[in-house]
Design a protein around this ligand. Structure first.
Ligand SMILES: CCCCC/C=C/C(=O)SCCNC(=O)CCNC(=O)[C@H](O)C(C)(C)COP(=O)(O)OP(=O)(O)OC[C@H]1O[C@@H](n2cnc3c(N)ncnc32)[C@H](O)[C@@H]1OP(=O)(O)O
Ligand SMILES: NC(=O)C1=CN([C@@H]2O[C@H](COP(=O)(O)OP(=O)(O)OC[C@H]3O[C@@H](n4cnc5c(N)ncnc54)[C@H](OP(=O)(O)O)[C@@H]3O)[C@@H](O)[C@H]2O)C=CC1
Length: 267
């Protein structure tokens, strides 16, 4: 379904980290269908290049480059490549990330650091490099961080990831204040359960075959999310329609984080 005009983001240039797979791919596609030129990135070159070919076939102007967001030099290369390709940057989606489920008493120091480094440090490196380009351009820009629905509630089994995402949340609120004078907006969204290959490999395989069914039972709207629903939300936040929104966190989880509600209903 097409919600937004193909002209909404015309002449805008967007970087999507982790844009070769799953949620990032769908967000990139929706930004592209709304007129943005795309640079998609991830560690696996063959994955981002295959996705680029799919987007080019849809008529979306796309470039792909491999980047490990944990490496500041590679991140700067991503920014330089985007500016060389399209002349500017207007939109950043920090989607790359993830974790492995593990009881907290069993997470090794190295495992803890790996998840913090990938999610929190990596997101800062990309955000800082792109914001410097926004400031240089004098155009402002829109940044959206893909966080998790249980950011404030907590989630047993992934303490490292919840800690890292809360770190991003604190960073995001601070940068919204610091960079408002440059008209840089920075927001976050918290997806509930969206079925992707990555999610199934990392979460469902560790948590058991019924993980998805079990989580879905707790979702008031009775289903998992559709990937395009994330694409629409990020497109909105990246667009002029959201020009007065910054530092905000929006949960998109079918009501899952509301819990089951009161068991007593007064009617
Ligand atoms: C209700 C809603 C639920 C929704 C929940 C959310 C779902 C999602 O987020 S879906 C996203 C799916 N994709 C991912 O999660 C990607 C996951 N992978 C990564 O992000 C990275 O691979 C990494 C950060 C987890 C690890 O990166 P890396 O630094 O390359 O890892 P190393 O191999 O060097 O290992 C370092 C350290 O971490 C331990 N470790 C790594 N993976 C695992 C694992 N799967 N299980 C257990 N431990 C792991 C590894 O053992 C190392 O520690 P030491 O052994 O102590 O050296
Ligand atoms: N699916 C879900 O239900 C939910 C997902 N999320 C979050 O949404 C995001 C996308 O998840 P999803 O699409 O499901 O899973 P994926 O595993 O498909 O997405 C992770 C993406 O991030 C990229 N990536 C990971 N580490 C790095 C790195 N160091 N440098 C560059 N790219 C990296 C991966 O590419 P590569 O391996 O090639 O580097 C991959 O494209 C993640 O941050 C996830 O935690 C949040 C809530 C729920």
């Amino acid at each position: 379904m097409k919600i937004f005009s193909e002209h909404l983001l015309r002449e805008k240039v967007a970087i999507v980290t982790g844009g070769g797979t799953g949620i990032g791919k769908q967000i990139a596609q929706e930004l592209g269908r709304s007129g943005a030129k795309l640079v998609i990135t991830g560690r696996r070159k063959e994955v981002v290049e295959a996705t680029m070919q799919e987007f080019l076939a849809l008529g979306i102007e796309t470039r792909a480059i491999s980047t490990d967001i944990r490496e500041p030099q590679q991140v700067q290369r991503l920014v330089d490549y985007t500016v060389e390709s399209f002349g500017r940057i207007d939109i950043l989606v920090n989607n790359a990330g993830g974790q492995f489920p593990k009881k907290s008493e069993e997470i090794s120091p190295n495992g803890w650091n790996a998840v913090i480094h990938n999610n929190l440090n990596g997101t800062f490196y990309v955000t800082q490099a792109v914001a410097k380009q926004f400031i240089k351009q004098g155009t402002g820009g829109a940044i959206t961080n893909i966080l998790v629905s249980f950011l404030h509630r907590g989630a047993p089994g992934i303490a490292h990831s919840v800690a890292a995402r809360n770190g991003i949340y604190g960073m995001m609120r601070t940068l919204a204040l610091e960079w408002a004078k440059h008209n840089i907006r920075i927001n976050g969204i918290g997806p509930g359960l969206f079925v992707t290959e990555g999610m199934q490999e990392e979460m469902a395989s560790a948590a058991g075959a019924h993980f998805i069914e079990q989580v879905t039972q707790d979702v008031p709207l009775g289903r998992t999310g559709k990937l395009e629903e994330l694409g629409w939300l990020v497109t909105y936040l990246s667009s002029p329609a959201a020009e007065y929104i910054t530092g905000e966190f929006i949960i998109i989880d079918g009501g899952n984080s509301l819990g089951r509600g009161l068991t007593f209903v007064p009617y």
